[in-house]
Design a binder for this molecule. Structure first.
Ligand code: ARG
Length: 461
């Protein structure tokens, strides 16, 4: 039974339906390179344990190199009858090394410890690719922040005008979580850098192989300390998946803002032609599709995580075939983000901000009411009373259909003797921004310090 790893105790091949269900080559083939790298390391450890001669090792490595080249050039592809990437590549090895030598490689390993190891290798590589895509998006936001050091805009809570903020402050507020996502990958990698190879099917191997040698060959820090854990745990997959879902959610939040900003009503940004789309029927349309797709794909990434978690829930130890379902969600998450991130970076980096309109709206909607209250506090008025007095000013302005700075000195004095004309020093966007100069505040000086710290953390990655 060619291409099968387990014919011995069976009297016939699997039913067509069995084989069709079992098959995973259509998605696990992308692990072929990792499988061959694992085989190379395994051949070396067999030789070190005296189970292959020097010559056999040389021939085995030559056959594996040939197989790798043939896989790359697609001279060798999975056959219809191959169950998974491991079985198929053994068939390919036997064709190149002969059954006598090729048949020796499988000693002391199982597909269970193989697949757990190859999965981690894939995830570690793609965590790096995704992190670099996230960093490109962060850089685009950071560049925009630096290009607009003094641009005020309305800050919102409940989507209502709250207090004036700097555009750069808000852009950085979207960048910090992304920076933490990258930091999360770096931290995750410490747990992912542990190799399950050598765990065998579940209980370890009897051939005196050194799992730490294989681990080092494959770029891991060490081998697992528990073979059951090594073959059955997938928390490292789930954590990867959580980080990708979080990145999706983080991107969806800034995307939602971009979608709003690009509306006629907001008119805060213009999207670059290269990073927006038109309509097949409405000639005037310019749509924020990247932001919408980011918003949509966040749902998909959450789905990948949820599906994986559901697969793992209550799954007894050690390996169960359910675990074959661990791959497609993380592959999908990696593909999704690797497609999305370059578009996000492009969209963010090419936004044109209508800073004039943003500045004009920044203080409107009574956004300086807190400043009046806090100014009163600085004059010795208890905040409870200050809040009431500022509220009274808002009520008066609203009833007159004007903004806070349009009220006359007499009107302020009529509300309270404490509301002297000096209050006008905080009745401007600039005054409001500059006053918030503590660490983390929106004053230009505080945001400049924030950028220094942000870049320090970014450089540490
Ligand atoms: N293809 C399987 C997987 O992806 C690995 C094979 C383990 N199969 C087995 N019968 N133990 O998880």
């Amino acid at each position: 039974n060619e291409g099968s790893l387990w014919g011995g105790r069976f009297s016939g091949g699997p039913a067509e339906a069995m084989a069709a269900l079992s098959k995973s080559t259509h998605f696990d083939w992308r692990l072929a390179g990792y499988d061959i790298a694992g085989s190379r390391a395994h051949a070396k450890v067999l030789q070190r344990a005296g189970l292959l001669t020097e010559t056999e090792l040389t021939d085995m490595l030559a056959a594996l190199n040939q197989l790798e080249a043939d896989v790359k050039s697609q001279a060798y592809v999975a056959a219809e009858s191959d169950e998974d990437v491991h079985g198929s590549l053994e068939r390919g090895l036997l064709e190149r090394a002969g059954t006598q030598l090729g048949g020796k490689l499988r000693a002391g390993r199982s597909r269970n410890d193989q697949i757990a190891t190859l999965g981690r290798m894939f995830l570690r590589d793609h965590a790096r690719i995704i992190a670099s895509g996230v960093i490109d998006t962060i850089d685009a936001m950071l560049d925009q922040a630096k290009a607009h050091p003094y641009a005020p805009m309305p800050g919102r809570t409940h989507l209502q005008h709250a207090q004036p903020i700097l555009l750069s402050h808000l852009l950085l507020a979207y960048a910090w979580p992304l920076l933490r996502d990258v930091q999360r990958f770096a931290d995750w990698d410490k747990r992912a850098a542990v190799s399950p190879y050598g765990s065998g099917a579940l209980a370890g191997q009897t051939l005196g192989l050194d799992p730490n040698f294989v681990a080092a060959e494959l770029g891991f820090d060490s081998a697992v300390f528990n073979s059951i854990d090594g073959t059955a745990a997938r928390d490292v997959f789930a954590e990867f998946s959580w980080i990708t879902a979080m990145i999706g959610v983080d991107l969806s939040r800034v995307s939602e803002e971009v979608i709003l900003w690009a509306t006629k009503e907001f008119s805060f940004v213009k999207l670059h032609d290269a990073f927006s789309t038109g309509s097949s029927i409405m000639p005037q349309k310019k749509n924020p599709d990247i932001a919408e797709l980011a918003r949509g794909k966040a749902g998909r990434l959450i789905g990948d995580l949820t599906g994986l978690m559901a697969t793992l829930k209550a799954l007894p130890l050690a390996y169960n075939r359910d675990l074959q379902e661990d791959k497609e969600p993380v592959f999908d998450a990696a593909d999704t983000l690797e497609m999305l991130l370059p578009a996000m970076a492009g969209m963010m980096g090419t936004l044109t901000f209508n800073t004039e309109r943003m500045a004009q709206l920044a203080p409107q909607g009574f956004a300086l009411a807190t400043d009046i209250a806090e100014w009163l506090v600085r004059q010795g008025v208890p905040f409870r009373d200050a809040h009431e007095l500022s509220g009274a000013a808002v009520q008066l302005a609203e009833s007159r259909g004007v903004e806070l700075w349009d009220l006359t000195d007499e009107e302020y004095a009529g509300i309270s003797e404490h509301l002297t004309p000096k209050v006008r020093e905080v009745l401007s966007t600039e005054g409001s921004l500059n006053a918030r100069n503590g660490q983390g505040g929106t004053a230009p000086s505080a945001v400049a310090e924030q950028i220094v710290e942000f870049e320090r953390q970014l450089d540490q990655i």
